[in-house]
Structure formats: C-alpha cells, structure tokens
Design a binder for this molecule. Structure first.
Ligand code: KIV
Length: 347
C-alpha cells in the first residue's frame, strides 16, 4: 500500500533503499561516537539521500516545517526535510539550538497524523495506562501491552518521527539483565527507535548496558509516575536544595551512562535550565519551563480529550472532547429522526 502511488520504474529501487535506510539507521541508533558508528551514520546518510532523491522523483514528499531561525546560528546545516529523526538528529538539533517536539501516541491513526504534522518524536508513554486503559496510575500497564501499542505507533510514523517506547513498571526494576532483555524485546518486536526508562543514578547501569548494545535510551527525571507510591503525591520535584542537587547528579550520571536525551518532568524552570545547560544531551521538558531543548505533552491533554486534568503546564491546542460529543450527539439524533442514512448514502 505504501508503494502503490509511486512510479513502477522506481518501486524496486525505492523499496530496497528504504529498507536499507531502516536497517542501517537501526544499527546506527547508538549515540556512541566511535569510528564504526560514524561509518554507519555516513552510510545511512548516503542511503537516506538516495531515498530522498527517489521520493522527489516519485512526488511523494510532503512539505515539511522549516527549521527554526536559530538553526543558522552555529554553521551547522539544517537537517534535510525528508530525514527520519534519529539520536544523531537529536544531538544536532541541540547543537543548533533547534527545539524538538515530542508528543505521546498510542495507535496507528494518531501516530500517522502526528508524523504528518511534523512531530519529531512520538513517545509510547506508559501514560497509556491512564489515558487508554483508564487506570489511576501507570503501574498496571504490562510490557506486552506497551509492545502492542508501540508496534501500532511505529506503523503510523511513516516518514519523519522517531518512536520511543516507555519501559513499564517492573520491566527493569528486578535486575540490569532483565531490563536489558526487555529493552531488547521492545526493539525487536516493535521497530521502535529506542526506549525510555524512569530513574536517576540507580538505572545508570541499565542505561549503560542497553546503549552499549545499540539501544538508544531516553532517561526520565523529576516527577517519575512509576514511583508514585514511594512519593505519595504528584507535587513539583527538585524544590529543596537536596532534591535539586540529587537531580543534577542523576542527570550527569544518565548522560555518562549513555542516554541520548532526558525527560524532565514537573521541576522548577531554573533547575531545568541549569541541567539543560550542563548537559551535551537533550532535555525534553514537561512542566519544566521553556529552556529545555524540547517539550513533550500527553496527546489527550493537548488535544483537549482529558477535560478533568488541568495542570498549569498543559496547553490545550484543541477541544476534541466537545467536538466528539457534538458529532456523536448529531449522529444519534439523525438516526433517531430517520435522517441518516439518506438516499445518497444508500445503495
Ligand atoms: O508516559 C508518559 O506519557 C510520559 C510523558 C509524560 C513524558 O512519560
């Protein structure tokens, strides 16, 4: 289906190179800077170039958002519009001062829309426990359920976005080996570009083991919902001096262990800025102020599907809950009045 609208002359070459890019990118999705990985990056760039050329010829490319003005600041050329986001893209964006947009996604349809809209990273967050499954906390969602949803999202992220899958509660806490094996399952069974893991220095060995094996890892500090029963509330983290010092230490430990990016959740703006300025890897904020290298929101919150959740850091970009209710009210009423289906809608 993906190839159906491309010219048949280019179809075989295109498919071959597209597969080659995926394979090479998967292999190169490590943030290691050794010559082998640099070689992989170079080959992936070449293959990406060939794919881009083919896309241009077969007219399948869609307009992409322009790089921000700040992109020119440091003499690094803006990323190619058609290019798949990888850990390398994320690194380059930070160097250019270009902000990254991440949003959660849990299924094919929304993933495809978000990818088409230009989101850089789609996070299959364990928030799916709340917004998809209706649980109070993120604790109940299982690894198999995360894998199932991540597979759907990968299918929808057809052109641009990198997909990251959360490691759910108890998929890594028992041991480094178990976490490593489960991260491997996510990579093999979903096609995601990496995993996210909650915690500071205590997961540094996990991160090291995974990133050494070529699994890109995103860290998560500040409010870490999997520890809700330990903290007892969703209050802002990093307020006290001890907490802030600990978080700065954790951030450095995660960077040293190999994380390519860190989510900072619900922490003071000044602390998020300090951490962001002190790291080479990107920070992605949620309730952490404007100085992070990127931002993330849960799709249900930013689209106005969860009306009862009103934290100050959520900006509503749509009011889909009311749109959906209105549409279904009209549908219900049309059926009951015999107005749907009409003759034109019948055979
Ligand atoms: O699970 C999730 O959606 C998250 C984001 C809030 C960062 O971890």
């Amino acid at each position: 289906m993906i190839c159906a609208h491309r010219s048949s002359v280019n179809r075989i070459d295109f498919a071959f190179f597209e597969i080659a890019v995926i394979v090479i990118r998967q292999a190169g999705n490590s943030n290691l800077s050794d010559p082998i990985h640099k070689g992989i990056d170079a080959r992936a760039d070449f293959a990406t170039f060939l794919v881009s050329e083919n896309r241009m010829k077969s007219q399948t490319v869609r307009p992409r958002k322009p790089a921000s003005d700040s992109a020119d600041k440091r003499d690094i050329p803006p990323s190619k519009d058609t290019r798949r986001v990888t850990t390398r893209t994320v690194r380059e964006m930070k160097k250019r001062g270009e902000k990254l947009a991440m949003i959660t996604a849990y299924d094919f349809t929304f993933a495809r829309l978000f990818d088409e809209a230009g989101a850089d990273v789609l996070l299959v967050g364990d928030s799916l426990s709340n917004v998809i499954q209706g649980n109070e906390t993120t604790i109940p969602v299982t690894l198999d359920e995360m894998i199932y949803h991540a597979r759907l999202v990968v299918r929808g992220a057809r052109e641009h976005a990198m997909v990251i899958c959360d490691m759910p509660f108890m998929s890594f806490q028992v041991s480094v080996e178990e976490g490593f094996r489960n991260a491997g399952r996510i990579m093999k069974e979903t096609g995601a570009g990496g995993v996210k893991i909650e915690g500071g220095e205590r997961v540094a060995d996990h991160v090291h083991r995974m990133s050494e094996a070529g699994i890109p890892v995103m860290g998560h500090l500040g409010l870490t919902p999997q520890s809700i029963h330990q903290f007892g509330s969703y209050r802002t983290r990093g307020i006290t001096k001890e907490e802030a010092t600990r978080m700065k230490h954790d951030a450095k430990a995660l960077e040293d262990a190999g994380c390519f990016a860190l989510v900072l959740e619900k922490i003071p703006t000044a602390l998020a800025k300090e951490i962001t300025d002190s790291l080479k890897v990107s920070t992605i904020g949620i309730g952490a102020g404007p100085h992070c290298d990127g931002q993330v929101l849960v799709m249900h919150d930013m689209l106005g599907l969860t009306e009862e959740f009103h934290p100050r850091f959520v900006r509503r970009y749509a009011s889909l809950a009311e749109t959906v209710r209105e549409a279904v009210r009209n549908y219900d009423s049309d059926i009951k009045k015999g107005k749907f289906p009409s003759e034109g809608e019948s055979y």
